[in-house]
Design a protein around this ligand. Structure first.
Ligand SMILES: [Zn+2]
Ligand SMILES: [Zn+2]
Length: 333
């Protein structure tokens, strides 16, 4: 796998843009641990204005100003549940809509750092309303934000009543910081296994294929899923039943899974400001999953795809191996 060849001409026919290939091993669990790589990871993710830092700031802002306080959610009531849903709706529309506006309406960045050559689909009956974006918005808001809110209000109610372990910032600052770092790692672990389940041929056909109609992805594709997939994907939040959490950790996790999916599915690698890469967005790693299906089920920070032989490094050999795997998996369908 590691000596895989790259044919530059074929690659530029295949992709509008791709990072240097074959993809390097950027797993956090690379063995032996490389202190330089790990410290760069910390700086890139936590000590700059990264996707993650933006999400923590948003979670804090929403906790402080927009979500109801825990003291007021001890019993279920229509008012506060509606409030949580409205905040989530605004977050999703603001982030997915904002990115869509920037990249696909204003076309601020043209096709620079865009993986796929094509524009988002219109006039194709594959999509509800014959429009990929409208279809994606429909599933993201109709089912995605609704189920995200459902999980969140149950956790908030449990926390308010102290049925689940809860921490506060002054007495458990270390656990709080550990939670911020560990939640995305947990969520990537959960995502990999749920995603393997979703690719079992029967479930794939009836559930996950809805997300995979998006071969060419845009921000609204991230949370555009079948309701059963939302239920499984968002169950990552159940970790708060056992992991001692502060509400900000829960809201960070909610934003990471919901609007965060829009950030990882823009179809672009980075956001450029005056030709400088200012914000890392999607990865070629997941773009390969949307193009070739039976590879890269996890994300590049985690070692699972490498360990279980489902890693596609972007080379021709990787594509060949993926096609063979797909044939074997779907042989009996
Ligand atoms: Zn995806
Ligand atoms: Zn998939």
């Amino acid at each position: 796998m590691m000596t895989n060849k790259i044919n530059p001409d074929a690659m530029s026919r295949e992709w509008n843009y791709h990072p240097e290939l074959p993809l390097a091993d950027s797993s956090l669990f690379k063995w032996p641990p490389d202190p330089r790589f790990l410290s760069r990871w910390v700086v890139r993710n936590w000590l700059t204005m990264s996707e993650r830092v933006i999400m923590v700031l948003l979670a804090t802002l929403c906790w402080w100003l927009f979500y109801p306080a825990l003291e007021s959610v001890k019993t279920f009531a229509f008012g506060w549940v509606l409030q949580v849903w409205l905040v989530n709706l605004c977050l999703m529309i603001g982030i997915a809509g904002g990115l869509h506006y920037f990249f696909y309406i204003r076309k601020e960045q043209g096709k620079r750092l865009k993986f796929d050559h094509r524009d988002l689909a219109r006039g194709n009956k594959l999509w509800n309303f014959s429009n990929q974006v409208y279809d994606n918005v429909f599933w993201s808001l109709g089912s995605g934000v609704l189920q995200l809110t459902m999980y969140q209000v149950v956790i908030m109610w449990l926390m308010a009543n102290e049925y689940v372990p809860t921490i506060n910032l002054t007495s458990n600052p270390i656990l709080f910081v550990a939670g911020l770092v560990l939640l995305p790692i947990w969520s990537a672990f959960h995502f990999y296994w749920m995603h393997r389940l979703l690719h079992l041929p029967f479930i794939y056909k009836h559930v996950h294929s809805l997300h995979h109609r998006n071969v060419n992805i845009g921000p609204w594709s991230g949370l555009s899923m079948h309701p059963v997939e939302h239920l499984l994907y968002l169950s990552s939040l159940l970790i708060h039943f056992v992991f001692p959490s502060h509400p900000i950790l829960v809201y960070f996790h909610v934003i990471y899974l919901g609007p965060g999916a829009a950030m990882t599915h823009t179809g672009y690698e980075d956001l450029l400001v005056r030709d400088k890469r200012r914000l890392a967005l999607g990865t070629f790693y997941h773009q390969l999953h949307h193009r070739y299906y039976e590879c890269n089920y996890g994300n590049q920070e985690m070692p699972w795809d490498r360990w279980f032989g489902t890693f596609h490094d972007g080379s021709d050999d990787g594509t060949q191996a993926t096609r063979t795997r797909k044939k074997t998996m779907h042989r009996n369908i």
